[in-house]
Structures are given as C-alpha cells and as structure tokens.
Design a protein around this ligand. Structure first.
Ligand code: PGA
Length: 254
C-alpha cells in the first residue's frame, strides 16, 4: 500500500464536547487506537476550548489533533479569532478547512478557503480541505463542475507544497442527514478529484488522501472504504461515541 494513502479517519466533533466530556471521548479514542495497530491513522477535531487539554490526553498515543477552523493571519486585532500559530502551539498538526457549514453559515468563499489552505501550510498545519455539492446542484447534474470549481481555488497551492494533505468530499445533502452517498456516487467524485490532482502533478495525486464525509456510520463504512479512491472518512455524528468512531476505524484497517 502507498504509505501516504494509508487510511485516515478524522472525527469532526463540531460544537459538541468542549469540556470534560471531550477529554473522556479523547481517552476512549486513545484506547481504541491501541487496538488498531499501524494500518490506519486517527485524527480528532474537538472544539477550541478543549484542544490544549486533549493534546496532553493523546500525547503518548498515535492519535493526532486537528482544529475545526482558524483565521488565516498569524496574529493581530481580530477579536474572537484563532491563528494557525496558536493552533500549532497547543498541539494541533491538522486543521479542517472549508467545511460546508463554514461555507454555508459563515460565508466562506472559495477564495477564502484557498487563502486558509495557504496559511495552514505556511504554518506547518496539514489541511483537510472539504468540497461538495448541495442537493440542488446534484439534481441539476452539476456535482463534478461544482467540486472542480471548489478544488481549483486551492489546487495550485497544494501542488506547490510537498506536504501530503487530505481532501474530504462531503456532499452537503449527506451531512448529518443519514443519507450517505452510495459507493458508486462517492467513487465517481473521488476518481474525478484524483484525475484533477494528477493533471497538476502525478506526485500530488499519489500523496493526497481523499476522504469521504457525510453520514459515515459503522454499518456503511466498509462499503465506502472498498472504493479504490476512498482513503478514509471525515466523520461527524458517529465520532461522538468512541465505540462507533472505533468501529469505523476498524472497517478502514484492512
Ligand atoms: P456527519 O458529518 O458524519 O454527521 O454527516 C460529517 C461532517 O460534517 O464532516
């Protein structure tokens, strides 16, 4: 197996478990990681308020820490924002960028997502960059056009960096709805993303993990992971219990 495409299972905790229950969940994920061996990488993305505490919880394990968001400036008068350097400082190695909830509720544009990808890489944070179409766009057969347009906002930036990043294909209609993309639907988009990466550079296509996200659960994970271009998952709801996050990770550990 190509080691840079070893399966990656990332848990996006969203606005849940920002205190003591977050530390307990992280302890559960550490226990699961000890049963998994080295066939799968685990990343958890808790809320900002608990990042520093969880950094010490996972310290002696293979579990890595991600933030869910940041502001792409190193410091300054940006009330309420968190810089990439601050994330590095409290133990993050990864950061989620361009999640559809950020795009939808906080008006993040493709160009802002590009700016954030560049800023993350400049600060040595590895981005998990999210792309995906809405239900209306899918029904209008615009899925590939929309995803390609989102990708083009950061493709050159990825190509210029030697870092192995992750892209998460998350159809918006599948997030938190229980409606998962079928393996055929997921693989079509993942394969297209791989082709667009390869058009930039073969090395980029080889080193980039393409995760699927949107209602991934223990009972549908294995089918998705059997797709040749699905290199893991970005998990929301099912990552809030260590047991279901662990079951998804086990499904990827083949
Ligand atoms: P979900 O969320 O697994 O709850 O659908 C996925 C995500 O938003 O990353």
């Amino acid at each position: 197996m190509n080691p840079s495409r070893r399966p990656l299972i990332a848990g996006n905790w969203k606005m849940y478990k920002g205190g003591r229950t977050g530390v307990e969940l992280a302890q559960g994920v550490v226990e699961i990681s000890r049963t998994l061996g080295s066939g799968v990488d685990l990343v958890i993305a808790p809320p900002f308020t608990v990042l520093a505490a969880i950094a010490s919880t996972i310290e002696d394990s293979s579990v890595k820490l991600a933030a869910q968001n940041f502001y792409p400036k190193n410091e300054g008068a940006f009330t309420g924002e968190i810089s990439p350097l601050m994330l590095k400082d409290c133990g993050c190695e990864w950061v989620i960028v361009g999640h559809s909830e950020r795009r939808q509720y906080f008006g993040e544009s493709d160009s802002f997502v590009g700016e954030k990808v560049a800023s993350a890489l400049a600060s040595d944070l590895i981005p998990i960059v999210c792309v995906g179409e809405t239900l209306d766009q899918r029904q209008a057969h615009e899925t590939l056009r929309v995803v390609q347009q989102q990708l083009h906002a950061f493709l050159d930036i990825l190509a210029r960096s030697p870092r192995a990043v992750a892209i998460a294909y998350e159809p918006v209609w599948a997030i938190g709805t229980g409606k998962v993309a079928g393996p055929g639907e997921a693989e079509e988009v993942h394969a297209a993303i791989r082709t667009w990466l390869a058009e930039k550079s073969d090395a980029l296509a080889v080193r980039t993990r393409i995760l699927y996200g949107g209602s991934v659960k223990p009972d549908n994970a294995a089918t998705l992971f059997a797709c040749p271009n699905v290199d893991g998952a970005l998990v929301g709801g099912a990552c809030l219990e260590a047991a279901s996050f662990g079951a998804i990770a086990k499904a990827a550990n083949h």
